[in-house]
Write a protein that binds this ligand. Structure first.
Ligand code: 7TS
Length: 416
């Protein structure tokens, strides 16, 4: 018999009251949301911050000579400062606002990659990357003649560090690695990876989409050159995200998108560019979203990332144990909750994950099914798709129970 954690790390019932969406029901049942790896819910403070911007000081940033435009600019820049502090960046100019992780990685691939990669160079990725940390590199490899090499995973879902050591030669110019896998949940040793990569003169981009929402992130302690994150997965608005980059690197990189705001002077003959980070923020940015992301950072910081992490370890430990009760279940990834973030991917016999997700939906339970934008990893796991439950600060052990109970019923329903 598995003992149910009392959830001491966080006062989840209180936290749930901050999220208006939990007041609704779905299909006559209470909403059990286990898909925060796709996108998280938003607390009222984030929704209010966006609303307040539109209601009180909606104006474009960095250009208005009037009060509400100054207020908009101040709020936008304050949000940048909050994000910088959240990941312990050494300065706020190291933070470029983007629409999310995908855009942040594309920025690095097109700007840094275009300027620095050439034939004979290698880009080192891992077998557990999300498509958004694969495809931009393929596109840039095609244009520059650089080659992609891939670090495999071990059978227990960890990065194969011996293989990494073998593949990390002086030909490697950039290592692009996820901090936490969106399928296996594996937390990668990004600090060790950065240290080793720097010894051969390579830079490192860390995809923090599944890490920044769930664990304390310190880009200086990690030692990475770039760190990408998505606001919408960490209680912030959709269309918000950020790229951290070492200032010297950002300063040396050519612009990614051209347009207003990123320039200093323009003539038809020649354009000079603005300082970082503005050089990388062409056009009117997603102002309300950035301000909302700032509010999300305030919200998470107030609760404490250490406590959020402790809560998720408790919850994942409980879920990993309870899920074993389900007949014919295969759980992917590392066995120890300490080795993984808040996601658990699984399959049950030959029930199609989409059928499982549809069955669970009838019980008000939201999970994701599919390849999770990680088709190379699916191939490695020898499956076409998996089901995936993912947890966040507002989830409870009771919701794990609801999931397990519904899975037992699914097994009966599908006749196994
Ligand atoms: N990297 C990882 C590791 C991710 O999990 C995701 C999104 C991205 C990058 C892209 O983030 P975006 O905000 O730019 O879209 N992952 C998922 C997921 O697992 N289910 O839906 C989206």
């Amino acid at each position: 018999m598995v003992t149910k954690p009392k959830v001491q790390a966080l006062d989840v019932e209180k936290i749930r009251q901050d999220f208006p969406i939990f007041q609704r029901t779905v299909r006559g049942k209470r909403l059990v949301y286990l898909d925060s790896a796709a996108t998280s819910h938003k607390p009222k403070s984030v929704i209010d911050a966006e609303r307040e911007f539109y209601e009180r000081f909606n104006a474009n940033v960095h250009r208005g000579a009037y009060l509400i435009a100054e207020e908009a600019t101040a709020a936008y820049e304050a949000a940048r400062e909050k994000v910088a502090k959240f990941v312990n960046a050494p300065c706020k100019e190291c933070i470029v606002f983007t629409r999310g992780t995908t855009e942040a990685i594309n920025l690095v691939a097109y700007s840094w990659g275009w300027a620095n990669l050439k034939e004979g160079d290698e880009i080192l990725l891992t077998e557990m990357e999300h498509h958004s940390n694969i495809v931009p590199w393929q596109l840039i490899a095609e244009r520059t003649g650089a080659k992609i090499k891939v670090v495999p995973i071990t059978d227990d879902g960890l990065l194969d560090i011996d293989a990494f050591d073998r593949l990390l030669t002086e030909r490697v110019k950039i290592v692009a690695v996820t901090h936490v896998s969106n399928v296996l949940g594996t937390i990668n040793p990004v600090q060790e990876i950065c240290c080793k990569a720097h010894e051969v003169g390579a830079v490192v981009l860390v995809d923090g989409a599944q890490a920044a929402p769930h664990l304390p992130v310190d880009v200086q302690a990690i030692g990475c050159d770039f760190y990408a994150l998505s606001g919408h997965k960490m209680c912030g608005p959709t269309g918000s995200g950020a790229l951290y980059g070492r200032k010297e690197l950002l300063e040396a990189m050519p612009p990614f998108l051209g347009g207003g705001e990123m320039i200093r002077t323009v003539t038809f003959e020649r354009t000079t560019f603005n300082d970082v980070p503005y050089k990388f923020e062409a056009g009117t940015p997603a102002i309300a979203q950035a301000i909302g992301l700032g509010a999300a950072v305030d919200y998470l910081t107030k609760i404490g990332m250490e406590r959020i992490r402790a809560h998720e370890i408790e919850l994942v430990a409980y879920a990993l144990e309870r899920l074993q009760e389900v007949d014919d279940i295969t759980i992917y990834g590392a066995a120890l909750p300490e080795q993984r973030g808040g996601v658990i991917a699984f399959n049950i016999g030959d029930i199609h994950p989409h059928d499982l997700a549809t069955f669970l939906d009838a019980h008000g339970i939201c999970i994701r099914a599919g390849h999770h934008c990680a088709q190379p990893l699916m191939r490695r796991l020898n499956v076409a798709a998996t089901a995936r439950a993912s947890f966040y600060l507002y989830n409870t052990p009771d919701e794990v129970d609801a999931l397990v109970e519904a899975l037992h019923q699914a097994v009966k329903f599908f006749g196994r």
